[in-house]
Ligand binder design. Structure first.
Ligand SMILES: Cc1cc2nc3c(=O)[nH]c(=O)nc-3n(C[C@H](O)[C@H](O)[C@H](O)COP(=O)(O)OP(=O)(O)OC[C@H]3O[C@@H](n4cnc5c(N)ncnc54)[C@H](O)[C@@H]3O)c2cc1C
Length: 275
């Protein structure tokens, strides 16, 4: 139960949502699926009087086009999992949705947009969006704009979204590629300790490590392709070196995350290679 009065807003356009947020200032909060922010408000860790529910915006659709996939910010993991015709690098998001924890509540309420906007280091979505070269669609007081995923995640729980700006969706290019997604959790129901998203095509291979630093780290591993396989030891070491400032919290210490990042990267690349 939220122990204070709130004003509930259900805008029907991004312009309206942004205007409400602008008027509310520090008292405004966006609710996507609400799986993070509602418990925070119930525990009184987050106070906000103006609650802006995005469910009236119609941004809960996943549309497959010839060369890209459009994912509304309110698309849930369940919708991604059930999507047909996902191809190339966009398949990575389906692999991710298949291993999100929290049961049917998180599958059917948790949104990709909410995870991206929350931008906590220990999430599945940020690293995967960087890996597939997503373009983040935002709408603020100055209208719509797009931000490359690689420039969207600035720090732990800090994104490029400005004041009164909301995320409306993500555009994923559909490049021919094979993908592999793996994550390590401290417990079967836990949030990710490290994630690895491998994307491999004929000319290049890269792995994006999530949850090991404040923001995702994308590593080019093309040089470790040898004779139709991989130089696993060199790839592992190179990914570890790329984690320069490892994240630490109650789930796992920094040195552990750095170690696991290398191992998961190698396995994700091997999995993509065998797909
Ligand atoms: C039991 C449990 C298991 C979980 N397991 C996982 C897991 O395996 N992997 C994982 O990554 N996460 C996990 N989570 C965390 C979380 O549920 C998901 O990351 C979820 O996708 C968050 O999305 P949401 O829509 O519920 O976010 P919300 O709670 O609605 O919002 C999160 C934050 O983002 C802001 N926000 C939301 N949408 C937008 C938007 N469109 N524009 C701007 N700001 C916005 C909100 O104001 C808030 O600050 C788990 C949570 C629980 C409770």
């Amino acid at each position: 139960m939220i122990r204070y009065d709130i004003r509930y807003h259900r805008p029907t356009t991004a312009e309206e949502a942004s205007a409400v947020l602008l008027g509310a200032g520090a008292e405004g909060v966006v609710i996507g699926g609400g799986t993070v922010v509602v418990p925070q408000m119930v525990r009184n860790e987050r106070r906000a009087r103006d609650v802006v529910d995005l469910r009236g915006l119609g941004i809960d659709k996943l549309t497959v086009h010839t060369d890209h996939v459009e994912i509304g910010a309110m698309v849930t993991y369940g919708t991604v999992l059930r999507a047909e015709r996902l191809a190339g690098s966009s398949v990575l998001l389906q692999q991710l949705a298949g291993v999100v924890t929290g049961g049917c509540q998180i599958l059917n309420l948790g949104t990709l947009g909410g995870s991206a906007a929350y931008a906590s280091p220990c999430l599945d979505v940020p690293g995967a969006l960087v890996a597939v070269g997503a373009s983040m669609c935002a709408h603020g007081p100055d209208g719509p704009r797009e931000i490359p995923a690689g420039e969207f995640f600035l720090d732990a729980q800090k994104t490029a979204l400005g004041p009164a700006e909301l995320l409306t969706g993500m555009r994923i290019p559909v490049a021919p590629a094979s993908t592999g997604y793996l994550k390590m959790q401290a417990a079967s129901s836990g949030w990710p300790v490290v994630t690895a998203s491998a994307v491999i095509d004929d000319s290049a291979a890269h792995v994006t490590i999530g949850a090991a630093q404040a923001v995702p780290v994308r590593v080019d591993v093309s040089a470790f392709r040898v004779d139709g396989g991989w130089d696993g030891a060199a790839l592992t070491e190179s990914v570890r070196e790329a984690i320069e400032d490892p994240w630490h919290d109650s789930q796992a210490p920094a040195h552990y995350r750095k170690h696991v990042a290398g191992v998961l990267a190698r396995r994700a690349v091997e999995r993509a290679g065998s797909a």
